[in-house]
Write a protein of this length. Structure first.
Length: 95
């Protein structure tokens, strides 16, 4: 079983600080894309990621998140993050 710490923030610097804090404590973090700015600068996050596994989540409003949009828009959000992060990525797909 794997547990992921859910992580989001108001900007890339804040998210990167949280990733650095978790590097020696956890193996996997869930990046909540629905609670992060869309025009995010991914470089600080890439620099702070280290060996952490990333689980991407973009949780729809009806599932308790903040994402409001079509399935196509959801896919675009996930694909953009995958393109930026590269490497080993897991995706939480809502029902």
């Amino acid at each position: 079983m794997s547990l992921a710490v859910s992580l989001f923030g108001t900007d890339a610097t804040q998210i990167a600080q949280r990733l650095r804090y978790l590097q020696n404590k956890d193996r996997m973090v869930e990046l909540r894309l629905d609670r992060m700015p869309q025009n995010l600068d991914w470089q600080p996050i890439l620099d702070a990621r280290g060996e952490l596994e990333i689980l991407l989540a973009c949780v729809p409003k009806q599932e308790g998140g903040t994402f409001v949009g079509s399935y196509t828009q959801w896919q675009q959000c996930i694909i953009q993050a995958i393109d930026q992060l590269g490497g080993k990525i897991r995706v939480d797909v809502p029902p």
